[in-house]
Design a protein around this ligand. Sequence first.
Ligand code: NAP
Length: 247
Amino acid sequence: MSATLEGKVVLVTGGSRGIGAAIARRFASFGAYVVAGYRSDHEAANRLADELGGSGRNCIAVQADVANPDDIKTLVSSAVERFGKIDVLVNCAAVGTYRPLGAMDAPFIRSILETNIMGTVLMTEAVLPHLPSPGGRIVNFASALAYRPIPASSVYSASKAAVVTLTHAFAKELGPKGITVNALAPGVIETDMTTRILAERGDQILAMTPLARIGQPDDIAGIVTFLASPEAGWITGRTIIADGGVT
Ligand SMILES: NC(=O)c1ccc[n+]([C@@H]2O[C@H](COP(=O)([O-])OP(=O)(O)OC[C@H]3O[C@@H](n4cnc5c(N)ncnc54)[C@H](OP(=O)(O)O)[C@@H]3O)[C@@H](O)[C@H]2O)c1
């Protein structure tokens, strides 16, 4: 697989930290060029870009809020200006905050839906004209919570269920162009997003995980590079649950 990803240009939203950063590192290790989008953490983004190539040779970090259409334009044009094309889009950016019924308000709901759903749609539309046809690849991020929500996760879980449906629908729309669209639905993976839940319920999560450990960003990165490779060319519209066997 490594040879088939060499020279590919991969745009990873939410690529500066956590799962997105592991995905960026994995693609770079196969000789791909990486554009890592992020919203606000300049330090993490610049550290990753330096680590993966220094001075923007193989990796650039671009600040862009995926809930902002103007930022999306900047992100996509930066990728095309720097590397000349985009072969793979990984829609990894998301907001993962929980609130119980009775504690939600419109700004809270909007912030989740705009990043997790609208961001996925607008990024796909913006990158589409640049994807090779046939051969383009889109990998979205759902969550195992789309299938088994936990208390207080309702809006986040519903946003990820929407990503499952968007993935299926986009796959039907883009299949005739030879572009595949798939999604990952991870269980709990140890990142900044899950620091609190692991502190509160880590032992419980470990006890219900057949593979008997807490998932790591690297557990997800290899599935994404597989879905982006020619070996996965006959898979489209699917969401792969990767949760150590919990679901
Ligand atoms: N961790 C898990 O257990 C888990 C489980 C299931 C699904 N997932 C999904 O996996 C993906 C990655 O999760 P993670 O745990 O790696 O998250 P994370 O550690 O919280 O990192 C989130 C990343 O997304 C970026 N981001 C957030 N909102 C953005 C926006 N509006 N525009 C652009 N970038 C934005 C952040 O940039 P800044 O740092 O600049 O803010 C950061 O790079 C998400 O889609 C998440 O829903 C995670």
